[in-house]
Structure formats: structure tokens, C-alpha cells
Design a protein around this ligand. Structure first.
Ligand code: CP
Length: 315
């Protein structure tokens, strides 16, 4: 099925072949993402980037992806400077964006906000993070990073570490890894464990999932460690946050005996869970992961807006 005109709200909206198609297209677009080859594949298109929560990577990589392909963008980066500050609803705001732009990229603190937007918009909607819900385009670039590192997505042993309760990136990633037959190890403080509905989804897929709060044990035989920040902004009660704050941190010594290709990933931003000295390790791939956001989002925008992969790729 073509991706043209489709909404991307959750990883459940994408099949395995569709994910592989996006990753293949993104590999071909790396020279364009790096600025080594020009492309006007999306010239004349206008994207709306509506961000009602802070973002560095997601917003800027969507904007870079659009501009490298010749598209233009309109943005909401400060809700206080939009008419929502005068009381306008999200629904009416989405209707306006749908009048002006060819596609809406939406980040919002409320889980389900993108699904609501998709119901109201006659233009495609991409969920760029909805509260503690989903972040599907982050998962696509996470998969691109793993595929680049291992030349396959099949059967990887992945440790998901950190705030699995509120971390929307792991909610989307866990489903995708289940699709590709990964063995998942969950390593988190008990208060931050994976939500029941995400576990149920993995069980229904027949995914192999174990829990191991001891990171040293969890890392035995692992290919990937995927670390997440504690999502302080999701805690209604800061006293609850204080109970888990600082409860985990990657000890660089744990990386000494890992396999050669073992990868430490993080969607970023990080706070203290990965100390800066890990950045020098050959296992640290989180900055490459952040770069791959650009070709992956280029591929996705092209497939949704035109149904085609733009020329200009190939290495
Ligand atoms: N990974 C990610 O979503 O980063 P930003 O919050 O900076 O967009």
C-alpha cells in the first residue's frame, strides 16, 4: 500500500515492508541530507511544523529535511505567540494549519492529540510526539541507526533502559522491535516500568521480553543499549519525580567487554544518564542517530507527499 497521503500517528500505522521501504529510501537520501547533492523534489510544497512542547532534534530535522528537498515550512514554536494563548482550541488550530499547509507535523503534550488532529485535518498528519504516547518518526530513525550498524534488523538483542513508563520513544520502538523479532530486555526502576498496554501489545506479537533491573546482567550478549531520560515533565507530582531522579546512569566501565558492534543509543536530549566520557567510546552512536533523523524524515515526507522516493540518492 502506498504511503501517499497517509497519517503517521503510531508505529502500528506501518507494516514491516513499509518500514523497510522508508529505511531503504532514507539510505539513498544520505548525500542529500549531508548537502552533497541538491534536490528540489518537494519544491512548491509547504509543511506546517506545530510544536506545543520543546524540541531541538525533531523540529529542526523536519525543517532541514523539508528545506534540503526544496519545500518550505511554517511553524508554531511558541504556543504563547499563537492564538491558543487567547483560548483557541487545538481543534480549531489544526483546522487552520490544514487550510494553509500540505502536511502537518504536530508535537503536543496530550496523548492522542495527533489522532484528534488527523480526524480534523484533510491533510496528512505526522505525530512528532504526543505526551507519553508515541513518537513514531523517532523509531524510524532508531531503526535506521540499528540497520546501518548491523546491516539487519532481524533478531537483535536490545536492552531498553530508563524511563520506560513515560518515554514515548520506547513505546513506539518496542512495537517496531517486536515486528522485527528482537529480544527485548527491560531495565528500569520499578516505578518507571513499561505501561501494561505496551507489554500486552508485545505479548500479542509473541515478542520475547524479559525484565532485568541490574544493567550489568541485562547487557550480557546485548547488541544495543537504548537509554532514555527520566521524563520529568510528565510527573504530575514532583515528589514522585524526586523518588526516581538520578536512579540510573550508564557506568562507562560496563562498555569495556561488549561486542565490537555493540551500540549505545539515546533519542536525546540526555541529562545525566549517559556521562559525557561515553561520547568518545566507539559504541556511542547517539549523535549519528540524531543525524539520521534528516534522511529518514526526508524519505517519509517524500513518500507521504508524492508517493515516490526522490531521485538524487545512491552512494
Ligand atoms: N528525540 C527527540 O524527540 O528530541 P527533541 O525533543 O529535541 O525533538
Amino acid at each position: 500500500m502506498s504511503l501517499k497521503g497517509r497519517d503517521i500517528l503510531s508505529m502500528r500505522d506501518l507494516s514491516r515492508p513499509e518500514i523497510l521501504e522508508i529505511l531503504k529510501a532514507s539510505r539513498a537520501l544520505i548525500p542529500v541530507a549531508e548537502g552533497r547533492r541538491p534536490s528540489r523534489a518537494l519544491e512548491g510544497r509547504l509543511l506546517s511544523l506545530a510544536f506545543f512542547e520543546p524540541s531541538t532534534r525533531t523540529r529542526l530535522s523536519f525543517e532541514t529535511a523539508a528545506k534540503r528537498l526544496g519545500a518550505r515550512t511554517i511553524t508554531i514554536v511558541d504556543p504563547a505567540a499563537s492564538s491558543m494563548a487567547k483560548g483557541e482550541s487545538l481543534s480549531d488550530t489544526v483546522r487552520m494549519l490544514s487550510c494553509y499547509a500540505d502536511l502537518i507535523v504536530l508535537r503536543h503534550p496530550n496523548e492522542g492529540a495527533s489522532r484528534l488532529a488527523a480526524q480534523l485535518s484533510d491533510k496528512p498528519v505526522i505525530n512528532a510526539g504526543d505526551g507519553a504516547g508515541q513518537h513514531p518518526t523517532q523509531t524510524l530513525l532508531d531503526l535506521a541507526t540499528m540497520e546501518e550498524r548491523f546491516q539487519t534488523l532481524a533478531g537483535l538483542r536490545v536492552v531498553l533502559m530508563g524511563d520506560l513508563r513515560y518515554g514515548r520513544t520506547v513505546h513506539s520502538l518496542a512495537h517496531a522491535l517486536g515486528l522485527f523479532g528482537s529480544e527485548l530486555t527491560l531495565s528500569s526502576p520499578e516505578r518507571l516500568s513499561l505501561p501494561e498496554e505496551v507489554r500486552r501489545d508485545l505479548d500479542q506479537m509473541g515478542a520475547k521480553v524479559t525484565e532485568q533491573p541490574d544493567l550489568e546482567k541485562a547487557l550480557r550478549g546485548a547488541d544495543v543499549l537504548y537509554v532514555t531520560r527520566i521524563q520529568k515533565e510528565r510527573f504530575g507530582d514532583l515528589a514522585e519525580y524526586a523518588k526516581v531522579s538520578g536512579s540510573y546512569r550508564l557506568d562507562p566501565a560496563l562498555l569495556r567487554n561488549m561486542k565490537e558492534k555493540f551500540a549505545v543509543m539515546h533519542p536525546l536530549p540526555r541529562v545525566a544518564e549517559i556521562p559525557p566520557e561515553v561520547d568518545r567510546s566507539p559504541h556511542a552512536v547517539y549523535f549519528r542517530q540524531a543525524f539520521l533523523a534528516v534522511p529518514v524524515r526526508m524519505a517519509l515526507l517524500s513518500l507521504i507527499l508524492t508517493g515516490r522516493v526522490p531521485p538524487g540518492g545512491g552512494r
